[in-house]
Design a protein. Structure first.
Length: 158
């Protein structure tokens, strides 16, 4: 793979010497994660999406959950020690994370935010996350992802 095609997420994994598999596919516009999984014949259970929320205190948080699930905002708030959290508006995603909608990876955002991975990820040897741009996925161990971003696991889905 040519160096210029690497995303921040890939560079971080390379720098940390974390093993991952890259899957590239053709995607020129936003499709939700379920549509992508259907297109690529991938199981929903081990495919994870990245959501960003803002807490009542003003801090931002990253939640990594199975693609067919919804985040339980109360459980997510508890997991990060906030009274409440709300998902950020779609229009703010790129400015806050550096990634475009549909290509948000929990790795390599503009800033490192406290991150929680849904506890269901722990039951898989590898999970699928965004590679940091449309048309790129990363397959890696959930424990390696947690180590790379300083995340913890918690039940955060509705």
């Amino acid at each position: 793979m040519a160096k210029e095609t690497k995303t921040n997420a890939m560079r971080i994994l390379d720098r940390l010497k974390i093993a991952y598999e890259l899957n590239l596919y053709t995607c020129e516009e936003f499709h939700d994660a379920v549509q992508i999984a259907d297109m690529l014949a991938q199981p929903y259970e081990c495919s994870f999406k990245t959501l960003v929320a803002k807490g009542k205190s003003g801090g931002h948080y990253v939640f990594v959950i199975p693609i067919a699930e919804e985040v339980d905002l109360k459980a997510a708030a508890v997991a990060v020690g906030e009274k409440s959290v709300a998902l950020i508006p779609v229009k703010d995603i790129t400015a806050l994370t550096g990634y475009v909608r549909g290509g948000v990876s929990p790795l390599g955002m503009k800033k490192v935010f406290p991150t929680v991975i849904d506890s269901r990820a722990e039951s898989f040897e590898r999970i699928i996350i965004s590679g940091g741009r449309l048309g790129a996925q990363i397959f890696l161990s959930p424990q390696d992802l947690a180590g790379a971003v300083g995340a913890h696991f918690a039940p955060i889905c509705a």
